[in-house]
Ligand binder design. Sequence first.
Ligand code: DSN
Length: 410
Amino acid sequence: MGIIGKTDSQIEKIIQQEADRQEYELNLIASENIVSQAVMAAQGSILTNKYAEGYPARRYYGGCEYVDQAEDLAIERAKKLFKVEYANVQPHSGSGANMAAYFAVLNPGDRILAMDLSHGGHLTHGAAVSFSGKLYDFAHYGLSPETERIDLNQVEALAKKHRPKLIVAGASAYPRIIDFKGFSQIAKSVNALFMVDMAHIAGLVATGVHPSPVGFADLITSTTHKTLRGPRGGLILSSERYAKAIGSQIFPGIQGGPLMHVIAAKAIAFKEALGQSFTDYQKQVVKNASALAFVMMERGYKLISGGTDNHMVLVDFSQKDISGKDAEERLGRAGITVNKNTIPNEKRGPFVTSGIRIGLPLVTSRGMDEKASKRIAGFICDVLDDQENIEITAGKVKDLCLQYPLYKGK
Ligand code: DSN
């Protein structure tokens, strides 16, 4: 029995079951990853006990001399990693980071142009059910029906028509490079500010594997736990110009005490991201996604935009007799976790969908290479082709997982 079990055997059991699920199954959720043991330890550290409302050297509580140092380190490393003047490491989440960024430069009712959720955008990019859609007047761009890529001509036409105060680029389900320079030129031409939500690709951006929005975007938001491989949380970057507005919107605008244990873990993750092995990792993520895409297309599966430039692929079942929900459920029975995903011009509802999103960041963190990624693609196609293959594939999935432990030398 461990420390948790002495107090709560039910929660200990749940944690153990989840640990086994993560260890023995293939997790292909594009927004998930495996943090280092140092990042995990910081999150479970004594820093969780400390209240520190405010910012380093300007707190509303005494006893902040050590947590101040942790936050200063996180800020300095984030600034170095992304080459920016200002970093706010306090957002508890990506949604909170986006809320603070909007609040910093907009008034309720202002117009924003962002990517449509069903084409790959995010809830906080103006979905009616999100605070964003309730507070602001959103217009949306989507993917070109021909190329299934963002069409800057469409973005420009919509920007001219709607005259937004802010244009947002960034997506939760888009497998191609985003042209931040092109977006910024459009924003300038209509006198709009430009914001990039780089949550999905932050690790690729940090290492130059995806072009950086720095120098083009006025505001940059992110999470820290996707390709960036840090603790769960948010991040906002900008020039000094917006520092005060962003800072006061995060605290006291929308948050109270920052999570100092998570901020310390962010500092560790940024240090890890500054090392060469992190760049090698990001390059491998992209190679693995391409390898998986290649096999799936060869096996007759249609991918949105015909492939990938980043860490994910989107499979389009609109011409197949299977829904995203069916595929997610079927793959789950084989020990392969993906998520159903809407595709452009979706005909099915959001709980059924006609696609799945497959991400390679987590299996790459386990050490898997292109050969392993091609095997994974084969497993996926076997299961999608014929349900009879589920049982035999589940065995192969477990064997592959055993070859690539989550934490080596545990
Ligand atoms: N939309 C979630 C994802 O990409 O999985 C993150 O908020």
